[in-house]
Every structure is written in structure tokens, then in C-alpha cells.
Design a protein around this ligand. Structure first.
Ligand SMILES: [Zn+2]
Ligand SMILES: [Zn+2]
Ligand SMILES: [Zn+2]
Ligand SMILES: [Zn+2]
Ligand SMILES: [Zn+2]
Ligand SMILES: [Zn+2]
Ligand SMILES: [Zn+2]
Length: 411
């Protein structure tokens, strides 16, 4: 390029040899000044400088055809010249530069990550073998159930595989069997399964094979009998505890009791032929933590009503909350005998009530032994009256005892 320019200069602009001499003597910079060459001298010396200027481009020393500045030649020859000789880092083979570029990314010796994402790095030429034989993420069929699992989960599966063979836990002579057949083996076939004695619930701890068990049952009659007897005792105690718990739970705390007296005719007959036959109602409370009461009934009368009336009384029983209650007991008590007429509109109930007399000792806090008789009405309803209406129907009589809650003193 420069030579060509120089020719032009000679021919067209500086034909005069003297002038040319002068020009050739003028001081210039190297044409590669901008690239960094610091050379500066007479123009005539430029040509010679360019022969050594390290910024001047010359043909690639390996004859790839490229023009390369001297300063970059080494790099070019080593890294970019298509005709350079280079070794693959992985397989060590020597290639020309262009061939190496093609080789890279295909070299069989280059370690690459497994496509199954198992995390392993293997040489490219071994990836197929790795994925088929060694990869922890390859699918493998369970040899017992034939389901496919990745290799790294197969052993966990084996611990639960329904078809994997397991030995009998009772160590009988049977060969290992598929896990899902173990239950039926133990239930039906196992010769060593420890069967529990039939008296296990009574406390017998014996376990053994069928034969041993038969022998045990024959030999242990006395022992089994003792166990069963002890069990019966324990159960009776438990039953008592339950009964009292149920009684506690079902106790009436509403302050009103509807007492249903069944087998009325038989009870009346009994009362007439014996003296002082008293029927007592279930106990009930005036409220959850209130007074404990019980009604009593003499079908053939008592005291002033004997043989002519039915008599009713209320008794105060020792209750669990007596210590917290006001004494004497001062609530109104009413007794109602229901007329069980088929048309309720025409029913005519009999009601009697009283307000307790605070001076009367029956209304004081009761001792552990309550009074035989409570407070009430010896002449509640006459036997004559009883026959007039449906006070007794289907051999049943209903008597309500009600305590007026408005008079309850809160504690
Ligand atoms: Zn230069
Ligand atoms: Zn080159
Ligand atoms: Zn290679
Ligand atoms: Zn893998
Ligand atoms: Zn399996
Ligand atoms: Zn077995
Ligand atoms: Zn036993």
C-alpha cells in the first residue's frame, strides 16, 4: 500500500530529483504511529523501518494467507491460525487449528455431565455405557414386582415391595415368601406361629404352636379357673364403679320429678294387706348443686290418711352440697297427681303444695340417717277420689313433685 503511494508521488507530484531528495530527507512518523509505533525519522528510512516495524502486517508465517502485524504473529500462530498445530486438552491428539475447533465439543475424552442429571461427569465416549449400566438415575425393573424405579430408589422400594421375598418372622421352616403373602401364612400355615392361649384375656400369657397349646389347655384347668375367677371379681368391681358413675350422671337436677308408679294394682293390694308399705321415688336434686330430695308414697295411707287415702311426703336426703346450702330448707314443694284423661282439656289434676315451716326439724340439714318420714300430706287423695277419674290408667300412676326454684337461695 505504502509502496504504491510512493510510486504515485514520484511520478506525478515530485518529478524533480532535487525536490525528491529534499522530500526524502523530511522527517515523518511511522505509518503505524496511531497503532502505537513511536518511530520517527527521515522519509527515506521509513521503508527499512517497516521491514522491522512490529506493527506492520506480514504474511502469516504458517502460510495461512492472513496478513498479521508482527507483534500479533505469535498469538496468531498459537491460537487463531487455521494452520497452527495444537493439542486437544482432553485426548492429547494434535490438530490443525481449524480441525481442533471442529474437534472441540466432539472429543470422546472430554468429561461431560450425564444427561439424566445424576450429577456424574463421564467422558463423552462413555456416556451411553454410563446411562445404561452405572447411572443412578437409570430406570431399573424391580426383579420381584417388575415395576420400574430409578436405580437409586430401588433399594428403598425393596424394603416395601409387596412381592419381595421375606422370611417368616416366626422362623418356621417355610421358604421366604412374598411379603404380601406373609399375613395368610402366619394365619393359616405357619407351623411356628405362637398362638395365644384362649384365656389370654383372663391373664394367661401362654403362647405356642397348635400342639403345645392343646397340651397347655389340658394341663392348666386349675390355673385358668383361678384367672377367670379373678377376672370376674375385677369386672364386678368395675361394673359397680360404672353403675355409680352412671347414677351420678343420670341424677335428676331439674328440681322436678315425675314419678311413674307402675304395677299399681299389685302395689295397692300389697299396701292393703301389710302395714306401713312405703314406696320411695328416685332421689333428685333441686338444682345441679342443690338439695337432695326424695318423695315417698303410702298407697294405703299413713297416719291420718291410713286405709282411706294415699299419703305423700318429701324427704330431704343428705346431699353432696349440703355444706354450701342455706338451712333450714325453705322452698315451696308441690305434689301433682295427674289425671290421665284421653282428652287433656278435660283432665283434672290434683295439686297440693306447702311452704316449709322453718322451725320444723325436718327442714334442718339432714344427718347421715335421714328421718323415716318426711313432710307432706297424709290425706293427699282419698281412695274414693282415685276411682273417679283416670288417675290410674294401664296400671300406672304419675305423681309430680316440684320444688319452686324462685325460692332457692344461691350459694
Ligand atoms: Zn513502525
Ligand atoms: Zn496463519
Ligand atoms: Zn480430543
Ligand atoms: Zn448418570
Ligand atoms: Zn418391587
Ligand atoms: Zn412361618
Ligand atoms: Zn393358658
Amino acid at each position: 500500500m505504502f509502496k504504491y503511494l510512493l510510486c504515485k508521488l514520484k511520478k506525478k507530484i515530485y518529478p524533480d530529483p532535487e525536490s525528491e531528495k529534499a522530500i526524502m530527507g523530511s522527517v515523518v512518523y511511522c505509518i503505524h504511529h496511531k497503532e502505537g509505533c513511536q518511530w520517527s525519522d527521515e522519509l527515506r528510512k521509513l521503508k527499512a523501518h517497516l521491514n522491522t516495524c512490529k506493527y506492520d502486517a506480514i504474511l502469516c508465517a504458517a502460510q495461512c494467507g492472513a496478513m498479521i502485524p508482527r507483534v500479533l504473529m505469535q498469538d496468531h500462530l498459537r491460537y487463531t491460525c487455521p494452520r497452527r498445530r495444537a493439542h486437544c486438552d482432553h485426548c492429547g491428539k494434535e490438530f490443525s487449528g481449524s480441525a481442533l475447533e471442529e474437534h472441540q465439543g466432539n472429543c470422546g475424552h472430554e468429561p461431560v455431565y450425564c444427561e439424566n442429571k445424576c450429577g456424574a461427569k463421564v467422558q463423552r465416549r462413555h456416556t451411553q455405557q454410563h446411562m445404561q449400566q452405572h447411572c443412578s438415575k437409570r430406570l431399573v425393573a424391580c426383579r420381584h414386582c417388575a415395576q420400574r424405579y430409578t436405580q437409586d430408589t430401588l433399594s428403598a422400594h425393596g424394603a416395601t415391595c409387596a412381592r419381595a421375598p421375606v422370611p417368616c418372622p416366626q422362623r418356621c421352616a417355610a421358604a421366604p415368601m412374598p411379603r404380601d403373602e406373609l399375613d395368610s401364612h402366619l394365619r393359616e400355615h405357619c407351623a411356628a406361629a405362637g398362638m395365644a392361649c384362649a384365656f389370654r384375656d383372663a391373664g394367661c400369657r401362654f403362647k405356642g404352636t397348635r400342639q403345645a397349646l392343646d397340651r397347655h389347655v389340658e394341663e392348666s384347668c386349675q390355673q385358668h379357673l383361678a384367672l377367670v375367677s379373678a377376672l370376674a371379681t375385677r369386672q364386678a368391681r368395675a361394673l359397680d364403679a360404672l353403675r355409680s358413675a352412671v347414677a351420678r350422671l343420670s341424677v335428676n337436677c331439674s328440681g322436678a320429678l315425675v314419678w311413674r308408679i307402675t304395677d299399681w294394682a299389685a302395689k295397692m293390694a300389697d299396701a292393703k294387706c301389710k302395714d306401713g308399705v312405703e314406696l320411695v321415688s328416685p332421689a333428685f336434686y333441686t338444682s345441679q348443686y342443690g338439695y337432695k330430695l326424695q318423695a315417698s308414697l303410702f298407697l294405703n295411707g299413713n297416719g291420718a290418711g291410713e286405709a282411706s287415702h294415699i299419703s305423700v311426703y318429701i324427704k330431704i336426703l343428705p346431699g353432696e352440697y349440703d355444706a354450701l346450702l342455706r338451712w333450714p330448707f325453705a322452698h315451696t314443694v308441690s305434689f301433682t297427681l295427674f289425671d290421665q284423661s284421653s282428652s287433656p282439656d278435660r283432665a283434672c289434676n290434683i295439686v297440693e303444695s306447702f311452704v316449709p315451716d322453718p322451725t320444723w326439724k325436718n327442714f334442718q340439714r339432714p344427718s347421715k340417717e335421714p328421718d323415716a318420714l318426711g313432710f307432706g300430706f297424709p290425706r293427699f287423695v282419698s281412695h274414693e277420689m282415685l276411682k273417679k277419674r283416670n288417675f290410674v290408667k294401664d296400671d300406672v300412676m304419675f305423681l309430680r313433685v316440684k320444688v319452686d326454684p324462685s325460692k332457692i337461695v344461691a350459694v
